[in-house]
Design a protein around this ligand. Structure first.
Ligand code: AHM
Ligand code: MG
Length: 343
């Protein structure tokens, strides 16, 4: 299949998300079209979220909503809007059997009046929400599984599956442009929103992460609370050794979507380790770690919880957290070696 990229000015070579999915479906004669409809509906929802993110400074939807989410984090109004937008756009289509959102305590059933389908979707509607008011990049993360429960209306069983079972995952980053990056298990593709025509166009075909990089991305304010192995690893990255490309550069946006996007493009390592106060770290397995791990692996990188593959973790709770180390294969392996006391 041709993943030819959009060259600005060459309007004859546009590859939209729809065209890409249609091409993919032709490789699977058994495909019913349900999945492409699901992605189309998601793309529409996030275009509207993107519009609201861009207008956020102009209208009075910024600021704290009077609530906290199930993980105890503060919820901002844009989170509430994005959450509602995605639910509304996807519950009516007939492709999903159930949803789960980082912002909702319980799974989100598909109302009886709407048809239900064979997929289950989890999402973090606006990740990096502490950055909203500073006009810093934020994003949406999604993860899609096949229904495994009996019956048409899904249950928690459908959204608490191990990451290796994901059929698709991706993120939408609301940065200087809006980009949707996703995988269906056949490489990673990035589509940039052209606001003048309202379409996502292939801009980053078959993304590959460099085998090693020279950037580390972690909240170093937590250093004192980290395990000794990880502290030694970061200290080692900061030592000068021109032959092995050290010292590494430090880059940390504090929006996982932005930090992972940069890591996919430039390589290096993104980490949110456990620490003595939060042994499982901060990031959620089902909403953040699994979808990003699927993307990073599909781009040729590695995603670990410190000792094993994130995608192989058997989840027990839809909101559980997990330590995260992902990025260039070489860098993640070195971090694991330090944490295992081998270096
Ligand atoms: P959120 O889902 O409440 O926005 O939290 C997740 C975010 C990630 O995007 C980011 O990697 C991390 O939290 C940053 O946390 P910290 O501020 O502790 O560095
Ligand atoms: Mg969030």
């Amino acid at each position: 299949m041709s993943n030819r990229q959009y060259i600005p000015g060459d309007e004859t070579r546009l590859m939209t998300i729809q065209r890409y999915i249609a091409q993919e479906e032709r490789l699977h004669p058994e495909a019913t079209g349900e999945f492409s409809t699901l992605l189309r509906n998601l793309a529409l929802a996030v275009k509207i979220v993107s519009r609201e993110v861009r207008r956020a400074g102009l209208v009075d939807i910024l600021g704290r909503a009077a609530t906290t989410n199930t993980s105890g984090d503060e919820v901002k109004k844009l989170d509430v809007f994005a959450n509602r937008m995605i639910i509304n756009a996807l519950e009516t289509g007939g492709q999903l059997c159930v949803m789960a959102s980082e912002e909702n305590e319980s799974v989100i059933p598909i109302p009886e009046e709407f048809p239900c389908g064979k997929y289950a979707m989890l999402f973090d509607p606006l990740d990096g929400s502490s950055n909203i008011e500073a006009n810093v990049t934020i994003g949406t993360v999604f993860s899609i599984f096949r229904r495994v429960s009996d019956g048409c209306r899904g249950t928690e069983q459908d959204v608490v599956q191990s990451g290796v079972k994901q059929v698709a995952a991706g993120y939408i980053m609301y940065g200087s442009s809006t980009i949707m990056v996703f995988t269906t298990g056949n490489g990673v593709q990035g589509f940039t929103l052209d606001p003048t025509i309202g379409s996502f166009l292939l801009s980053h075909g078959n993304m590959k992460i460099p085998a090693h990089g020279n950037i580390y991305s972690v909240n170093e304010g937590n250093r004192e609370m980290w395990d000794e192995g990880f502290r030694r690893y970061i200290a080692w990255l900061q030592q000068e050794d021109t032959e092995s490309g050290r010292p590494y550069k430090a880059r940390y946006v504090g929006s996982m979507v932005a930090d992972i996007h940069r890591t996919l493009l430039y390589g290096g390592i993104f980490a949110y380790p456990g620490d003595r106060n939060n042994p499982q770290g901060k990031l959620r397995l089902m909403y953040e770690a699994n979808p990003m791990a699927f993307l990073v692996e599909q781009a040729g990188g590695r995603a670990s919880d410190g000792s094993k593959r994130i995608l192989e973790i058997e989840p027990t709770d839809v909101h559980q957290r997990v330590p995260v180390f992902m990025g260039s294969a070489h860098d993640v392996t070195t971090a694991e070696e330090f944490m295992a006391g081998k270096r």
